[in-house]
Write a protein that binds this ligand. Structure first.
Ligand SMILES: C[S@@+](CC[C@H](N)C(=O)[O-])C[C@H]1O[C@@H](n2cnc3c(N)ncnc32)[C@H](O)[C@@H]1O
Ligand code: SF4
Length: 461
């Protein structure tokens, strides 16, 4: 077994310049095939395991500001009419789904993301809940979470959260330094954010997450530290610290960001390292590669017991086999594959208006995909994959022979690794603590579709 040594992170960054997926799914979104979704959706609905709880993700692709760094699927509008119009189609999509569902499944978790679902008015939140309740059974412990842009906050928003029954709120911060905020077109004071957090607590929302970013233009480790100290003062239960993904070939408005102001790979690495230490010193547990949670938080407990999962929102405690994605661009997941709704809002609305579910892309999982997906998810969540445990989980004849291949891949990966990013011993591939920042690089070793030369993802760190 290799002895733990300090990682020469400069050498790793110099060697691994290519972008790497974030592995919020495997296969990753570029592998989804246009037009393959409807047939898969049919199967998903037909084979829905009776009695199993399900999760639902709803996408609201509207914002009343357009932050230049934003990589989300959203559209800027200062009027409510387009949002109101969209909600009518969303309601219709829910009705179409209900006609196809053989049962009324229990709802384990509901997440509203965007865009800024915090723009929805109280009556629309109440109507949305009523529509969903026709199709899914809300339970007393159904987790209902929502992404909030603090600049949307007003009395109506809080009433709306109560009407929907929100139990967990995720607030976008990004960075508090005025120069950084100017460079990304996102003014937002600490005081404004703090008021929102206090009010959310007052109305009984028990769990609060804050999103911050590193790698932003004009950001330095000092400025990031200051932002983090303010986030800690907000007493968030969880924090997500994402590396800014600069993908201007895909998100044209990111061209408004001055690339000369962006920290280089080494600075990004130093920011992420500093942030990890700083938040852990403040009492947060590190969860996976980019989340932090207070010890009492369900994410911390799940990470300790090996029950952490990864989905399109990042790390989660949600272990449902089935996730329905509603709204333009939403992705659904079931045991046999992924399906994605039409991305363009106009096309999504036209399809629903014609009485068809708006599923477009899809990918069916082969047995090889399923096992690789499991290996990658465990590496991203636990930083190790144990082949004894894998053999118990995948014990069929074909599975066993595939596992031999993955074990060989794992031993080869460790043998060829010149930087100490992973090691193989006791039938287990593990990523040492000091190499966790490079977990995506190790995980990409099991990605059968990943081609380093042509990859167009975000930076590896
Ligand atoms: C839908 S937004 C959050 C809710 C709300 N719209 C807001 O901005 O406050 C989801 C999160 O994605 C993250 N995000 C957006 N664009 C990103 C990018 N280019 N790279 C990394 N993270 C990004 C941000 O941290 C953001 O808070
Ligand atoms: S970061 Fe949030 S508010 Fe800003 S454009 Fe993206 S989704 Fe909208």
């Amino acid at each position: 077994m290799k002895q733990p040594t300090a990682i020469d992170h400069k050498a790793v960054l110099a060697t691994h310049k290519a972008s790497v997926p974030r592995y919020t799914s495997y296969p990753t979104a570029p592998q989804f095939q246009a037009g393959a979704g409807p047939a898969l959706m049919d199967r998903m609905l037909r084979d829905l395991p009776a009695g199993d709880p399900v999760s639902v993700y709803i996408h609201i692709p509207f914002c009343d500001r357009l932050c230049w760094f934003c990589g989300c699927h959203t559209r800027h509008t200062l009027k409510y009419a387009p949002i109101k119009g969209y909600l009518a189609y969303l309601s219709q999509e829910i009705r179409l789904l209900s006609q196809r569902l053989p049962v009324r499944p229990r709802l384990k978790s509901l997440h509203l993301g965007g865009g800024s679902p915090s723009l929805l008015k109280q009556q629309d939140m109440a109507d949305l809940r009523a529509d969903l309740a026709e199709v899914f059974q809300f339970e007393p412990d159904t987790e209902i979470s929502i992404e909030i842009d603090p600049s949307d906050a007003n009395d109506e928003m809080y009433d709306g959260l109560l009407a929907l029954g929100v139990t967990r709120a995720s607030i976008g911060v990004q960075d508090f330094h005025p120069d950084v905020q100017a460079a990304i077109n996102r003014p937002q004071s600490f005081e404004q954010t703090q008021k929102v957090v206090q009010r959310l607590r007052q109305i009984g929302i028990g769990s609060i997450n804050v999103d911050a970013l590193y790698g932003l233009p004009l950001q330095s480790t000092d400025r990031l530290r200051d932002t983090l100290s303010k986030c800690i003062a907000l007493e968030a239960d969880r924090m997500a610290l994402f590396g800014y993904a600069h993908i201007p070939w895909f998100k044209k408005h990111q061209r408004l960001i001055n690339e000369a102001d962006l920290p280089d790979n080494l600075m990004r690495f130093e920011q992420a390292e500093m942030a990890g230490h700083y938040l852990q010193d403040a009492g947060y547990h590190a969860i996976g590669i980019d989340h932090f949670a207070k010890p009492h938080d369900a994410l911390s407990l799940a990470a300790q017991s090996g029950n952490l999962h990864r989905n399109f929102q990042g790390y989660t405690t949600d272990n449902c086999k089935t996730l329905f994605g509603l709204g333009a661009s939403s992705i659904g997941r079931f045991e046999g594959g992924y399906v994605q709704n039409l991305v363009a809002t106009g096309q999504y609305q036209d399809c629903v208006a014609n009485g068809r579910l708006p599923t477009d892309k899809g990918v069916e999982l082969s047995l090889d995909d399923k096992i690789r997906a499991h290996i990658i998810e465990r590496l991203m969540c636990d930083f190790r994959i144990c082949f004894d445990t894998l053999e118990q989980r995948f014990s069929g004849r074909q599975e066993k022979s595939l596992l031999q291949g993955y074990r060989q891949e794992a031993t080869k990966l460790a043998a060829q690794d010149q930087f100490g990013l992973c090691q193989f011993s006791d039938n287990m591939l593990s990523i040492p603590r000091e190499a966790r920042a490079f977990t995506r690089i190790v995980a990409s070793g099991f990605d059968a579709y990943y081609h380093r030369e042509t990859a167009q993802y975000s930076k590896a760190v």
